[in-house]
Design a protein around this ligand. Structure first.
Ligand SMILES: NC(=O)c1ccc[n+]([C@@H]2O[C@H](COP(=O)([O-])OP(=O)(O)OC[C@H]3O[C@@H](n4cnc5c(N)ncnc54)[C@H](OP(=O)(O)O)[C@@H]3O)[C@@H](O)[C@H]2O)c1
Length: 266
């Protein structure tokens, strides 16, 4: 199974705002939608999908199991609730949203349950998110790298997460870059602005092109039609080696998603 390289994020978007963003995205050609149980918007994402004219088999929908639902009694029922909210019989991809806080639950246990969810047909593929190298190693030992469709982690020009992405690559695990625009911060960067000028493109488009060129999937979010259009168009850009290097030099370990229960980062 391949994950479409360009997806639409929905974190923080609620109510009519998420309905509008997803509907507009689908109309513009986005076919991969990224939601999560904790975003509290699966019902609205489901409504937007149902009201769009896109045939369901052209869509790729990802959801993520929240940490409180990783236990034996909650994982499958919680995914069934997600499907009912999304009005789908199956999602394309289900991720473990974060490793169990303080490793209270064992990676092997909840990933075995994720495999069961796949076997039961609730999801076509399973994956992980916010997994460190140590967690990835445990995941590989438990279910094999071939069963891990992606590790969705924060990657953007200011947090390039090289140790994690290099390890994932060495193990054949695909990476999905979340917060690819550093939540809009890329727009202020002088280097990205200058490279953008050479391509008649915005810093956001340059950041996305830089990620796509490294074969990461990207899932930017936007509430604005013009930004949704512009982001999709970043797929047409091609950066040269010098530009790729200049962006590589912007790395400054600027992590934006770092809740108290986060694992010990690499
Ligand atoms: N697995 C995880 O733990 C995790 C954590 C965080 C995020 N995610 C996923 O990753 C997705 C993306 O992250 P994110 O939404 O936090 O941040 P993001 O996509 O990096 O940035 C979104 C911000 O950038 C702005 N923006 C979008 N396109 C733009 C453009 N072309 N020009 C200028 N500004 C632009 C948006 O504002 P406008 O609305 O005004 O366009 C919004 O404020 C999330 O929605 C979620 O699906 C996953």
């Amino acid at each position: 199974m391949t994950i479409p390289a360009f997806g639409l994020g929905t974190f923080r978007l609620k109510g009519q705002q998420v309905i509008d963003s997803v509907k507009t995205g689908l109309e513009l050609g986005y076919r991969h939608i990224d939601t999560a149980q904790i975003y509290d918007n699966e019902t609205e994402v489901g409504q937007a999908i149902a009201e769009s004219e896109v045939p369901w088999d052209e869509l790729f929908v990802t959801t993520k199991v929240w940490t409180s639902n990783l236990g034996a009694d909650r994982l499958l029922p919680s995914l069934e609730e997600s499907l009912s909210k999304l009005r789908l019989q199956q999602v394309d991809l289900t991720l473990v949203h974060w490793p169990s806080p303080n490793d209270e639950l064992a990676v092997a246990d909840y990933l075995t349950r994720m495999m069961e969810a796949r076997e039961r047909g609730l999801t076509r593929a399973i994956g992980i998110s916010n997994f460190t190298i140590a967690h990835m190693q445990q995941a590989i030992d438990a279910i094999g790298a071939e069963n891990i469709a992606t590790n969705q982690v924060e990657v953007h020009p200011f947090l390039q997460n090289r140790k994690v992405t290099d390890f994932a690559r060495s193990q054949g695990i695909h990476i999905t870059a979340y917060m690819p625009l550093a939540y809009g911060k890329v727009m202020q960067d002088e280097v990205l602005k200058r490279i953008g000028e050479a391509h008649n493109a915005s810093p956001a488009q340059i950041a996305l092109a830089w990620l796509l060129q490294q074969e990461f999937a990207v899932i930017p979010s936007s509430t604005k039609r013009e930004n949704l259009v512009a982001n999709l168009a970043a797929q047409e850009l091609r950066l040269n080696d010098d530009e790729m290097q200049q962006i590589a030099a912007l790395d400054r370990n600027d992590r934006l998603a770092n809740p108290g229960f986060a694992p010990k980062w690499d």
